[in-house]
Design a protein around this ligand. Structure first.
Ligand code: 16G
Length: 272
């Protein structure tokens, strides 16, 4: 932890040192700025993190020290730290202090398996079976999967981990007719998509997904090591192989570890 190293040599850049406003990071609190002081301090702390002056798990200087360095009241400093904790940029350890959190994982918006996605990011994917059963499709599930009501459906509930850390609870619904003996294969530490491809020749080639904000219920909170009511991302994904719906997955992802990122295209139709 470079706690002390940090507090001493913070170079304070003044307005007159600036070459351009874009190049010059805001390094001091400007009392005349219309930007509230807690928000200015937030920018400063974000600069420290982005410029790697504060690394993951490094301690942030105490409220008292930040207050002294920047001439701010403890209440203002606390407001900044609270906000950064809420945003998942910092975390608190009671009795120890406030530390820099790991960056969130960007949720893949491609049709990739969890295993593939985690490996691509340098994490070791893991999977624990939570529940498995075969049950007749309700009218709703039958409609979503494109089968007849009452058709047998595999329900697989898995806890997905990255480097051993719980990340998501995934509940997959797969028509039994497409993967007849799926329930005889253990999925612990194994890729479902791989198994579907190798054993049933089902290569998932398209999908659709909705993502919404939600609050974690008590069951998933226990699996994910969260408090019930924590923010989560709720995903519903339908995946297809050659036009046939193979899986409806209903998943709960930790919102403190995942974020969405997409590139935006401003081109409008008709403008070439
Ligand atoms: C993804 C899918 C899930 C699928 C799983 C298979 C989402 C958000 N994710 O995590 O539907 O079951 O990949 O992963 O729906 P696996 O092949 O590693 O078991």
């Amino acid at each position: 932890m470079n706690y002390y190293g940090l507090v001493r040599p913070i170079p304070v850049r003044t307005i007159s040192d600036r070459i351009t406003t874009e190049q010059a990071p805001l390094m001091e609190i400007d009392p005349r700025s219309p930007v509230p002081k807690y928000a200015q301090l937030r920018e400063i702390l974000l600069d420290w993190i982005e410029e790697s002056r504060l690394g993951v798990d490094d301690a942030v200087p105490s409220e008292r020290e930040l207050g002294l360095t920047y001439g701010l009241s403890r209440m203002t400093v606390r407001q900044t730290l609270d906000q950064l904790v809420d945003e998942g940029k910092l975390y608190r350890v009671p009795g120890k202090g406030t530390f820099v959190a790991r960056p969130k994982i960007e949720m893949s918006l491609r049709l990739a398996s969890f295993t593939e996605d985690m490996r691509a990011r340098g994490f070791e994917p893991g999977s624990q079976d939570l529940a498995r059963r075969v049950a007749p499709a309700s009218g709703h599930l039958a409609r979503v999967l494109g089968v007849a009501p009452g058709d047998p459906i595999h329900h697989l509930e898995r806890l997905r981990t990255a480097d051993g850390e719980p990340m998501a609870v995934e509940r997959s619904n797969i028509p039994l007719a497409l993967a007849p003996e799926l329930d005889r294969h253990s999925l612990a530490g194994r890729s479902l998509y791989r198994l579907l491809e190798q054993e049933y020749n089902l290569l998932l080639d398209s999908g659709e997904q909705t993502i919404e904000a939600g609050l974690c219920d008590a069951t998933d909170a226990k699996h994910l090591g969260l408090t019930a009511g924590s923010a989560v991302l709720l995903l519903q994904r339908r995946s297809y192989a050659n036009g046939t719906c193979v899986e409806l997955a209903i998943s709960t992802y930790r919102a403190d570890r995942y974020q969405l990122h997409s590139t935006l295209d401003a081109r409008r139709s008709g403008t070439g």
